[in-house]
Design a protein around this ligand. Structure first.
Ligand code: GDP
Length: 456
């Protein structure tokens, strides 16, 4: 249910900063603005102009802060309501006091994501665009940001709209024959319904096939570096990060805990985990490090199994390899700058291997390519038109629509009653419409918007 009260929240992150922004939205926003903000130039606030002035408590005349402020009259605002923003000094106490003043004058503290929810409920953006706002804020790589921007611009919504249009057209034809049963469904109409539904299915299939790429771009992947001590795991981590993050020594067993770093490989957000070298040891601390490394294996999206190519493949390598049978794996044959000694046994032959030298950097770009290729299946992520679904919610709705449409097409072939076919089409329309929010129940909206931050 949509409530027309006035909400306020701090829109900048908690903590001290250069500026802090308090945002107010709703019918009372302009009145609150006039009550608590005095522009130095005097006179009223004109919409969409930025004013310098003071925030004052009208009860006692106390000046709370010098600040800039802007009033954005409905409907030309983020929420399509009157919005007032105060850009004050970014100390936690100052921003809190300005917010308290707004609450004292009739605003209510906004729920998480409530500004964006109002933008959605007032028809300014659809649900895909609302979700993309959150993705823009949390993007971990340029490619993920680009994907979120494209979704915000409506590229995905337009694709969903095409599906919706095709299905509506097919439904109109089916319903016409339900209403006028004396007319038989002719071949031409049948093929027209077929074509419409098929065209919708093609778009759905294309979107579904891009889901894995979209998801990894949005969520990122975790890559675990594993291998025996001294194989060069920490050197590889540093090489990938282009900095000396992990301690590199020739003494085996130096990395005893998991080191975690976030980086960007070919547009893919990657959580890189360097682990303790796996070997038999009596050192209790090292044993604990090894246990933690082994625990991480099932959770990793990809494992880089680092081997020292200047030594032969030994029992410890074999032990590690056996532990990785269930994992998506790349064999990293490190120390290619030294005379080669490593010969992989028969049972390792299926493993993709990349020779590198963490020391000189040779082969590391090729390794980066291989990592990307494991996850991005040729998506044109650089393209201006690049679009993919990236949320499980979108994926599940489209999978459900796809299976209903499959049933519909089979039904039409075996001449199932038109009423039943119409039920299928309506169900598919509901599933597709739930992606953009045309048919999304309130409790689902509650879940979606509660994951937003307060003030957004
Ligand atoms: P980790 O125990 O697997 O993390 O191995 P480190 O990264 O600490 O490296 C162990 C030793 O191997 C250090 O002395 C490194 O300088 C050396 N090393 C690592 N990578 C290479 C490489 O590509 N070539 C050569 N020649 N030495 C390397």
């Amino acid at each position: 249910m949509y409530v027309h009260d006035t909400i306020a929240a701090i829109s900048t992150p908690p903590g001290n900063g250069g500026i802090g922004i308090v945002r107010i939205s709703g019918e009372q926003a302009a009145d609150i603005a006039t009550a608590i903000f005095k522009p130095v130039c005097n006179g009223g606030l004109i919409s969409h102009r930025f004013y310098f002035g003071v925030v004052t408590d009208p009860m006692d005349g106390d000046v709370i802060d010098e600040s800039m402020a802007v009033l954005m009259r409905a409907p030309r605002s983020y929420t399509r309501e009157d919005v007032f923003e105060i850009h004050c000094h970014g100390g936690m106490l100052v921003v809190d006091q300005v917010l308290s003043l707004c609450l004292k004058h009739g605003a209510r503290l906004a729920d998480p994501g409530e500004f964006t929810r109002r933008a959605f409920l007032n028809g300014r953006i659809d649900l895909v665009q609302a979700e993309s706002v959150m993705d823009i804020i949390s993007s971990k790589s340029e490619a993920a940001l680009r994907l979120a921007q494209h979704q915000r611009e409506g590229l995905l919504s337009r694709r969903i709209e095409e599906i919706h249009k095709d299905l509506l057209h097919a439904l109109a034809l089916v319903e016409a024959y339900i209403d006028f049963p004396e007319d038989d469904l002719g071949e031409a109409d049948l093929s027209s319904i077929f074509d419409r539904v098929q065209s919708a299915r093609i778009i759905i299939d294309n979107l579904l096939s891009g889901f894995d790429d979209g998801r990894v771009l949005r969520e990122g992947i975790s890559v675990l570096i594993i291998g025996k001590p001294n194989a060069g795991k920490s050197s590889l981590l540093n090489r990938l990060l282009n900095e000396n993050r992990a301690i590199v020594t020739h003494i085996p067993g130096t990395t005893r805990d998991i080191i975690e770093e976030t980086l960007n490989i070919g547009g893919l957000p990657v959580r890189l985990l360097d682990s303790a070298g796996i070997r038999h040891t009596d050192d209790l601390v090292e044993q604990e490090g090894i246990r933690r490394a082994l625990d991480k294996i099932p959770q990793a999206d990809l494992v880089l199994f680092v081997m020292d190519a200047s030594h032969s493949f030994d029992q410890e390598d074999q032990l590690i390899f056996e532990g990785l049978k269930e994992s998506r794996l790349i064999g990293v044959l490190n120390k290619s700058d030294l005379p080669p000694k490593l010969e992989l046994p028969e049972y390792c032959q299926g493993m993709t291997c990349v020779p590198i030298s963490a020391h000189t950097g040779e082969g590391v770009d090729l390794l980066r390519d291989h990592i990307c290729r494991c996850f991005l299946h040729g998506s044109a992520i650089d393209s201006r038109e690049f679009i993919a679904i990236s949320r499980a919610r979108h994926h599940d709705a489209l999978v459900s629509a796809e299976s209903i449409l499959q049933r519909f097409l089979q039904g039409i072939q075996v001449k199932v009653e038109l009423e039943l076919l119409a039920v299928d089409l309506r169900e598919a329309l509901r599933a597709v419409g739930s992606v953009t929010g045309q048919s999304t129940p309130d409790d689902i909206l509650d879940v979606i918007f509660s994951s937003f931050c307060i003030g957004k």
